[in-house]
Design a protein around this ligand. Sequence first.
Ligand SMILES: [Fe+2]
Ligand SMILES: [Fe+2]
Length: 235
Amino acid sequence: METRVTEIAEGVHQLTTHVAEMSFSFNQYLVTGEEPLLFHTGPRQMFPLVSDAVSRVVPAEQLRWVSFGHVEADECGSMNEWLGLAPQSTVVQSMTGCMVSVGDLADRPPRPLADGEVLDAGSHRFRWIDTPHVPHAWEAGLLYDETTRTLFCGDLFTRQGAYDASSTDDLMGPAIAAEDFYSASSLAPASGATLRRLAELDIATLALMHGPAYTGDCKAALLDLAADYDRRIAV
Ligand SMILES: [Fe+2]
Ligand SMILES: [Fe+2]
């Protein structure tokens, strides 16, 4: 396996590892600047690949922030490996996530962010958005880079297989097929409304965790995904 590194917006680097046996791919996003941030750590077993990919862009030990949407191995499995490698780094997650899990799991105290709170990383401003149970997990949230108008949207629009780094192709067809296959999303009564709230952001790029960076009509894509959630909940 190897990890592809692509700059998908100014200072935003997508790291992609395709796992052929699973027909599935994992992205992390490295945002460079005064205080480099990594969104998703990758699973623990991928740490050698991901840390090598980060090192191709910035010295890995200079990482300042480690963030992720919810507590799962691909989102945060190597969190403590990163805390060990980068001595100045701090984990950033939701208030709920820090209280329930991350405060205990992380080797150093995390920095909790409230819904709507901004993390000023110098060259980038990141806004935390709580999305409880979307796509899954109580502590779920997403990070919006106000500087490049990139929404790191985690497992939303997950697809199977390999993909290009960036795309404007329809997200919904592959996302519906993957949801039919995995049933990975929590279909809670408020899930559609949570997605419609995300659609109100001014988004240039939807940075998928298991799919390309999408630069088409991001608002329409989120509204389409909300409609698909509503349809599934109604069923
Ligand atoms: Fe997940
Ligand atoms: Fe994921």
